[in-house]
Design a binder for this molecule. Structure first.
Ligand SMILES: Nc1ncnc2c1ncn2[C@@H]1O[C@H](COP(=O)(O)OP(=O)(O)OP(=O)(O)O)[C@@H](O)[C@H]1O
Length: 621
């Protein structure tokens, strides 16, 4: 669907207020015209004898040449005023000071009306625009959040943030203020064009021939603006990526004393952004001189033509001057419309990027008719599972694995051998390329995605916590849960004691990513969160970073509580975990090379034994 048509659908719920605002803005334009007419009325009436203009007007030639439509319009306004009871008071020809007072009041009323209508026209339009943008931003955010994990592999978080903030801001600017200008200026343009056709349609047709001269450069410039905006926004997104990384990773930057390195990186990117913006500025400001040149050509034609007509006596100087003045008047709305067009082009390219993000296909979806998730999990099985991130290199190759209810399955292997990838297939962060994963014999792709994930608890190496209270971090999204339940989970996770010692207990804010608490405490909070969720399946990626002995013991105990009565898949790094595991699967280069208990595998004297010696050393034996 074309971008504009698709975007217009966002206006659908607000058509009423949009049309109303346009009607009001129409009156604003009409009031401008009335104002001009009243000004003429004053010149013709009460002030006529006192101004130099009135003297010029007095000359017979001008009287003859005066534009019929101005006289018509004046008469209409006069008639209208007379009808409304102003007639007797407002004797424009022989005006007294009382008449002037009436005119002043009339002007005041007009300006008040213009003020009120301008306010309401733009206010309604602004509110409608902001409503549309609010809906667009919500849609964009929800489509991003609903995307699969591979989407987040593809797009850097800075890019996504840039789309939601900058791109939407550009569209917002165009929608909330520029649409009104577009409407108003178009209206002015139509009125002036009508006037010049009214004065001399032949000359106006001749001018129409020059019209393509204006349109072609406008189209070319619009294209250049769209291209430059895309480049500028791309560079802005890249800059946001650097910002995001260095601000959230500020400690690492400092630890490695890499401030200057990061500054250089930022300065370079900022320079690229600047260059893109220069291109944008060039494209934007180029339109004005081109338009002026075309304007000068038009005017020259008018002058040559007018000169001929005056000489042949077909046109009077007065009519010609009025015509020229109207042609000059054309410049203002055209210039403003040109500026509006420039901003609209930028908004178009932003819209394209926003929609392209929304159109990204999410391959991980719930089936249309999902199978009910089993009440009780009897068995989870990997059947000939293979997986590749890029469709070429197999990261997992023909994996066969079984976990019965309540069993603990440990996965071990060297770094990069595919352990995380393997466990990520269970909650369908990715779908296997070949084979299938089943729960009680049913392919996991047949379950509703939410049901499947609600039955899986995940505790990862880097504990993801939110800048919120301890309570909200444990309850995550379930604020209605009673405090006792949260406390119970925290007790099982050996977190209750340290939480109680905090200033506000469960209401303490733990800062961005749990910055205000220790690593061990963070892990125990994450364990409490998983305990509260109470899922039958558990995925555990044990932290490799060493904690101090006391913390380590507490985390270990918390994990033991968490693993009780659950079918657990654990990427094991702790000796106690592998010792207690029902089965250990040893992965090497994406393949399962050994299976067995700790003792069985040690006896084999194979890959596991070698890994064990490297990771835990003989001293542990
Ligand atoms: N999102 C991704 N896109 C592309 N390739 C990936 C992605 N994640 C991992 N890989 C690649 O897949 C392979 C397996 O990675 P995986 O993270 O599963 O290994 P791992 O055994 O868990 O390693 P570690 O113990 O170091 O965490 C690696 O070669 C890695 O580079």
């Amino acid at each position: 669907m074309p971008v504009v048509k698709r975007f217009l659908r966002y206006f659908k719920p607000y058509w009423g207020s949009l049309i109303l605002s346009f009607i009001i803005l129409f009156f604003v334009a009409v009031l401008w015209e009335v104002n001009t007419a009243v000004a003429k009325l004053i010149m013709d009436g009460p002030l006529k004898e006192k101004t130099s203009i009135s003297k010029i007007e007095k000359t017979k030639t001008y009287k003859k040449d005066r534009l019929q439509f101005v006289t018509d319009f004046k008469n209409k306004v006069k008639k209208y005023l007379e009808k409304k009871g102003f007639g007797k008071k407002l004797n424009l020809k022989n005006a007294s000071s009382g008449d002037v007072a009436v005119i002043v009041i009339l002007i005041l009323i007009l300006y008040i009306l213009k003020g009120i209508t301008t306010f309401w026209g733009y206010f309604l339009l602004g509110v409608t625009g902001h409503k549309v943008i609010r809906d667009l931003r919500n849609d964009l955010y929800s489509s991003i959040i609903n995307q699969s994990v591979s989407f987040f592999d593809k797009y850097h978080s800075g890019t996504l943030i840039s789309r939601i903030t900058n791109d939407v801001y550009i569209i917002q600017n165009a929608v909330t203020s520029k649409i009104g200008d577009l409407f108003k200026e178009t209206l002015f343009l139509i009125l002036i064009v009508a006037a010049i056709f009214y004065i001399d349609y032949k000359l106006s047709f001749l001018l129409m021939v020059i019209f393509p001269l204006i349109v072609v450069p406008v189209i070319l410039i619009s294209k250049a603006i769209r291209k430059a905006t895309t480049l500028s926004q791309m560079k802005m997104a890249e800059m946001m990526n650097i910002l995001k990384e260095t601000i959230s990773g500020s400690r690492i930057v400092k630890a490695f004393a890499m401030e200057n390195f990061e500054i250089k990186k930022f300065v370079n990117k900022n320079y690229e952004f600047f260059k893109a913006n220069v291109k944008l500025v060039a494209a934007t400001v180029m339109s004005s001189p081109i338009m002026e040149l075309v304007g000068a050509i038009s005017l020259s034609i008018v002058i040559v033509y007018g000169n001929m007509k005056i000489k042949s006596g077909e046109m009077t100087t007065g009519t010609f001057m009025t015509y020229v003045m109207n042609v000059l008047l054309l410049y203002s709305p055209i210039r403003r419309l040109n500026r509006v067009n420039n901003e609209m082009q930028q908004a178009m390219s932003a819209l394209k990027r926003v929609f392209s993000l929304m159109d990204e296909k999410n391959k991980i979806k719930s089936p249309t008719k999902p199978v009910k998730f089993p009440e009780e999990i009897k068995e989870i099985e990997f059947k000939n599972v293979s997986f590749s991130y890029d469709g070429k290199k197999k990261v997992l190759d023909n994996i066969n694995l079984k976990a019965k209810r309540g069993e603990t399955i440990a996965v071990v292997g060297s770094s990069g051998d595919g352990k995380t990838t393997l466990v990520n297939l269970i909650p369908r962060f990715y779908d296997c390329t070949d084979g299938q994963i089943t729960i009680n014999g049913i392919d996991i792709r047949e379950f509703d995605l939410k049901d499947l994930r609600n039955n899986i608890g995940i505790v990862t190496q880097e504990t993801i916590l939110f800048d919120d209270t301890v309570f909200n971090n444990i309850a995550y999204g379930r604020s209605d849960i009673p405090l006792e339940k949260v406390e119970y989970a925290a007790k099982l996770a050996y977190a209750h004691d340290f939480i109680k010692k905090m200033k506000k207990g469960y209401d303490t804010n733990i800062g961005e990513s749990g910055l205000f608490i220790s690593g061990g405490q963070r892990q125990r909070l994450a364990i409490a969160r998983a305990l509260l969720k109470n899922p039958p399946i558990l995925i555990l990626d044990e932290a490799t970073s060493a904690l101090d002995t006391e913390s380590e013991v507490l985390v270990q105990k918390a994990l033991e509580n968490l693993m009780k009565n659950r079918t657990t898949f654990v990427i094991a790094h702790r000796l106690s975990t592998i010792r207690n595991a029902d089965r250990i699967y040893v992965i090497s280069k994406g393949k399962i090379v050994e299976v067995g208990t700790h003792e069985e595998l040690l006896k084999k004297n194979g890959v596991y034994k070698r890994l064990y010696n490297i990771q835990f050393g003989a001293k542990n034996e």
